[in-house]
Design a protein around this ligand. Structure first.
Ligand SMILES: C[S@@+](CC[C@H](N)C(=O)[O-])C[C@H]1O[C@@H](n2cnc3c(N)ncnc32)[C@H](O)[C@@H]1O
Length: 311
């Protein structure tokens, strides 16, 4: 389970990358001449002009998340995830996430090949890669964020033998048909263009591979999602002095939008709803009674993809 089993490709032109034996921390593209370096244990696959539009997003995003209580100076915090001290300010979120993760392990994981090669896309600190690596999967953590406490640099606490890769959803630095699964854990709704993001995932998937989306909010009605987004931006502006809206992310999914994506991209969604308890299940009824906005739902969406790669 190490880096050499991953077939890296140029995110710009998709040509295979090569390495000089004397330069183990550098990959070179013979196609477009671009070079990519490994710094502080993280492969940097985003060129500076491509990284530029993310700077403001990442500044706002990390500040807000740290202010909300994510991240820690203690390795123990990271090693426990998704378990979390019940006194933690967002322990309630991690309690839901533990349930999603348990369901993923019992329902989705057994259907993947042994030692499945999985991309953890939008991996954040890499806790999911760490846990699935322990389960025998071959992981690679991908994220645009390399922050020390909330991004890929925090994965140092796991002393990972899996690669960490700074790259974009829509420009994955991997060869065509080279992985068994692409998992978006609490990250797909950051996509700015779901068709492009899914097509890029499909490109790197082997035939029969799967795309799994976890922890992205889903609504019945588009206007409910829009309302949630506006409420969030206003809340951020009030609490942190920024709306944190510099990236044009979709921010939520709708059931009907998922069906449109399925027919556009010729894929089928398998929908699995983890059980989060009676209080959670009663939220839509309570909202109706109180004439409040429809609450989000969370499901594990597995796209079974039949990809035809030309040889
Ligand atoms: C809410 S976090 C989820 C982190 C982690 N998967 C987890 O379960 O805790 C979403 C992550 O998606 C990353 N992200 C957002 N847009 C991205 C993009 N276009 N390409 C790569 N990563 C992106 C963010 O940097 C962030 O780390």
């Amino acid at each position: 389970m190490n880096e050499s089993t991953w077939r890296f490709a140029c995110p710009e032109c998709k040509q295979p990358l090569s390495q000089e034996p004397s330069e183990t921390a550098r990959l070179h593209c013979a196609g477009c001449g671009e070079g990519y370096a490994k710094e502080d244990g993280i492969w940097r696959f985003i060129t500076e002009p491509r990284l530029e539009p993310f700077h403001r997003f990442l500044g706002d995003y990390v500040n807000i998340r740290l202010a909300e209580g994510r991240g820690s100076d203690s390795a123990d915090y990271y090693l426990k995830l998704p378990d979390c001290d019940p006194r933690h300010p967002i322990a309630w979120q991690w309690q839901l996430r533990q349930k999603t993760f348990a369901r993923f392990r019992s329902k989705v994981l057994p259907e993947l090949p042994n030692s499945a090669k999985l991309l953890d896309v939008g991996a954040g600190v890499g806790w999911f890669s760490h846990r699935l690596g322990q389960d025998g999967c071959e992981m690679c953590a991908v994220d645009v964020c390399v922050d020390d406490k909330d991004g890929l640099a925090a994965a140092r606490h796991y002393q990972p033998d899996w690669p960490r890769v700074q790259a974009e959803f829509d420009r994955l630095p991997f060869a065509d048909a080279s992985v068994d699964g692409v998992v978006f854990n609490a990250s797909f709704h950051y996509s700015t263009d779901p068709v492009t993001t899914l097509c890029e995932s499909m490109r790197v998937l082997r035939d029969g591979g799967v795309i799994v989306i976890l922890e992205s909010p889903i609504y019945r009605h588009e206007h409910s999602g829009r309302q949630m987004v506006e409420q969030r931006h206003q809340d951020f502006a009030r609490r942190f002095g920024t709306r944190s809206d510099s990236l044009d992310s979709i921010q939520f999914l709708t059931w009907s939008g998922l069906q449109v994506l399925a027919s556009q991209l010729n894929l089928t969604w398998r929908i699995d709803k983890p059980w989060y308890g009676w209080r959670w299940a009663a939220r839509p009824w309570k909202a109706k009674l109180m004439r409040r906005r429809e609450p989000s739902q969370f499901a594990i969406l597995t796209a079974c993809v039949n990809v035809k790669h030309s040889d």
